[in-house]
Design a protein around this ligand. Sequence first.
Ligand code: HEC
Ligand SMILES: [Cu+2]
Length: 340
Amino acid sequence: MFAHSCMGANKKTGTAMIYIFIFLLLLPLSAFSSAFPSPATPISTEVDQMYYFIHVLSLGCGLLIVGAFILFAVLYRRKNNSQATATVHHNAWLEWTWSIIPFFIFMFMFAWGWLVYDKMRTPYKNALEIHVYGQMWNWDYVYKNGRKTAEALYVPVNTPVKLIMTSRDVIHSFYVPAFRIKQDVLPNRYTALWFKATRKGLFNIFCTEYCGTGHYSMLSKVHVMSLEDWEKWISTDPYEGLSMVEIGQKVFRGRCTACHQTTTQKMIGPGLAGIFGSVRHFEEQDSLTADENYIRESILNPSVRIVKDFPDQMTPFAGLLQEEEMTGLVEYIKSLKPEK
Ligand code: HEC
Ligand SMILES: [Cu+2]
């Protein structure tokens, strides 16, 4: 009996210490929330305001609860072993109060959250529509006039844009931190997102659904331009005035860098410098000297020959490239020389 009550008191102070410790540990974390990329859409400002409200409120409540906890632990602790343990009954007034106040706080957060969410999810009727395709491990974009891009999503500033998204393989998730918008992208189905960028510039796009080995490199950018620039951009030939190698480089940056380096360094796929004209070895134990046809086949139907010691994981590009992009890639890969 004696020893038991002693242990109880120790346990209490022990728990209190743990709480205080965790609390002190978490407190500075709140300062890092200002490390978010600065808002670039009206909705991101609203999301932030709500986030900070909930954050500060939780911090306040946390302080209040832990503060009371410590205060009571000190004031009402059992001072010696002859002291009888207090018999505490319920207190209806107190219990109603601590139920009703949080209820209203939660309902307020719910209503606010709902309003912001509704605004975030309901696209403008006449938004500019762009189709987005996700695949292991890059994004590509198709505009209404048939123009395609893979190195970035190009949009005009101050214009509502609706993205109609689908995946060519597994589940991906389209996330633009500076816009505070995110949506899963699924095969055999369309999902949508909309935004209105209020600042010109480049903004990061991440895939936030773990989608395989190359998930980390499934990166892209939103390129926000002035409306005049965008209108000029959308109606010009993307490859006008570029040499074959330059066209190839542009396509490569958009669609191949998730898996290939332009050096001899391997990533998910082999480094491509110096492969042209060299002997390639395959899983099937055969080999050949890489020529234009081999490069072309490697890009369009990569599963025909699997490079030795590499997985059969390359996206087949058959149907995804225009002829000038194909020839551009062949010439670009031919131009990649191993660094001396
Ligand atoms: C999802 C990752 C991935 C992407 C994206 C990708 N590749 Fe590959 N690539 C691979 C892998 C893995 C191999 C090796 C296995 C094989 O042969 O299929 C490979 C092999 C190759 C080879 C043969 C290399 C050799 O050593 O003989 C060429 C050429 C090539 N890729 C070009 C490209 C080009 C050009 C693009 C962009 C249009 C591209 N790849 C996009 C993963 C990728
Ligand atoms: Cu992904």
